[in-house]
Design a protein around this ligand. Structure first.
Ligand SMILES: Cc1cc2nc3c(=O)[nH]c(=O)nc-3n(C[C@H](O)[C@H](O)[C@H](O)COP(=O)(O)OP(=O)(O)OC[C@H]3O[C@@H](n4cnc5c(N)ncnc54)[C@H](O)[C@@H]3O)c2cc1C
Length: 397
């Protein structure tokens, strides 16, 4: 079996890369170890800007449109924001990912689900993929196999990245709980350093979860339990509670290409450290990977363009999100006070979700309007030098 490109992983990154390549005329094999549609532990919250990336509309996949954001401190002191248009959509990941894979197949991609990739290696002029008894070969390989995937394990052995731990529970809602969560997302901070809880509605069901630094993993379940009982979302048991690693972006991407192989999405650790959003960056990096491969076809296989594209289009955003997360998660009480007192911060965050403002602009505006001593204090948890420089630079404009 010989292909132009083999893509490992049928999540948003892999399906998008495969779809984009097939549309450009490539012969693509997409390998997914689970049978589709497959469950994925995820809140399923898509920021509205994802519409700008998707080559199809989300009709029929959206379980809930979000027009209300509520931030709480340990379940209390709600800070509310209501918008006149949706800022995010809720989807079930099994259906959303299946829809992306269906589009890829319609564009000509050969999809093998239920097919585990055992190992990958470089070969003369290409790559080899071990399917357990069979080998597939290609000119290029895309690693879209999530956190701790086989492609990074075999071809990028030096990559190491800190992980967060996420727990996601699905709860049938009572009618009272459904009324509370209708069109609303709740984000709760202050229960565990570096962590936060969420409640996302999906037509009669809530995805309720927690994300914490890996070092605090033992505190994730007690934190989730406390959030659930304080929120009173349901009097029934969770249908399912699942844990998974979240490969948050931290201090640069490291190498994302080697020879004829690229890493995308979670495999490349492209998850927003501020809010844990990974689907958007998985799709964006999948598209960039496909473009890089198309370019490399006429540039003697050189994939360096991909690293540069990630460095200019994604990394600056995730770096700004990282600085914000270090303050918001570590000095969560101070951050919560900023949200309470400055409604403009939430309005600006809406613009980030809509794709109308960058994280960098958001960060600038937050620091510009924050009293200097508070911004300096935040700097202790973020990146001290760049933050105080930034405060000075923005304040002097
Ligand atoms: C609890 C939790 C909640 C989250 N909530 C949100 C949210 O609300 N919004 C958001 O944007 N992000 C959220 N995320 C992050 C988001 O789920 C990921 O960033 C996103 O799924 C990344 O997409 P991907 O395509 O890179 O990887 P994945 O979606 O993980 O897909 C990788 C695929 O590769 C397959 N695979 C792995 N190994 C192999 C192999 N050896 N052979 C073949 N196939 C293989 C897997 O089965 C999987 O289907 C959450 C994460 C967690 C853990």
């Amino acid at each position: 079996m010989r292909y132009d490109t083999i893509v490992v992983g049928g999540g948003p990154a892999g399906a998008t890369a495969a779809l984009t390549l097939a549309k450009a005329g490539a012969r693509v094999l997409l390998l997914e170890r689970r049978r589709l549609p497959r469950y994925k532990a995820c809140g399923g919250c898509l920021s509205r800007r994802v519409e700008r990336l998707l080559p199809f509309d989300l009709n029929g996949l959206v379980e809930e449109q979000i027009t209300n954001l509520t931030f709480t401190w340990r379940g209390r002191n709600p800070v509310e924001a209501t918008f006149s248009e949706p800022v995010a959509y809720m989807v079930w990941r099994d259906r959303f990912d299946q829809a992306l894979c269906d589009r890829a197949v319609e564009a000509g991609v050969e999809l093998l689900d239920g097919q585990v990739v055992r190992a990958v290696r470089e070969s003369a002029g290409g790559v080899e993929v071990d399917l357990g008894g069979r080998t597939a070969t290609a000119d290029f390989l895309v690693g879209a196999d999530g956190a701790r995937g086989v492609v990074a394990r075999d071809l990028f052995p030096d990559r190491s990245q800190p992980m967060a731990v996420g727990l996601d529970a699905e709860l049938p809602l009572t009618s009272a709980g459904e009324a509370v969560l209708k069109g609303r997302v709740i984000i709760d901070v202050g229960r565990v350093p570096g962590g936060y809880c969420w409640a996302f509605p999906k037509r009669g069901v809530a995805s309720v979860g927690v994300s914490v630094d890996r070092g605090a993993a033992k505190r994730a379940m007690p934190c989730l339990t406390a959030f659930l009982s304080a929120g009173g979302f349901s009097d029934r048991k969770a249908v399912r509670t699942t844990g998974a690693l979240i490969p948050v972006y931290h201090d640069g991407t490291g190498p994302l290409h080697r020879g004829r192989t690229l890493l995308t999405g979670d495999a490349a650790c492209l998850v927003d450290p501020f809010l844990g959003e990974g689907i958007y960056y998985a799709i964006q990096s999948g598209q960039l990977a496909a473009r890089a491969i198309v370019r490399a076809g006429s540039h003697s296989g050189d994939l360096q363009w991909y690293q540069e594209a990630i460095s200019t289009e994604i990394a600056p955003e995730l770096e700004a999100a990282g600085r914000l997360s270090r303050t918001a998660h570590r000095a969560s009480w101070l951050w919560f006070q900023v949200l309470r007192r400055r409604r403009g911060v939430i309005d600006l965050y809406k613009k980030v979700l809509m794709g109308e403002a960058s994280y960098r602009l958001f960060e600038d505006r937050v620091w510009a309007g924050t009293p200097r001593p508070v911004a300096m204090l935040f700097g202790v948890w973020a990146d001290r030098r760049s933050l105080s420089d930034r405060h000075q630079e923005v304040g002097s404009r």
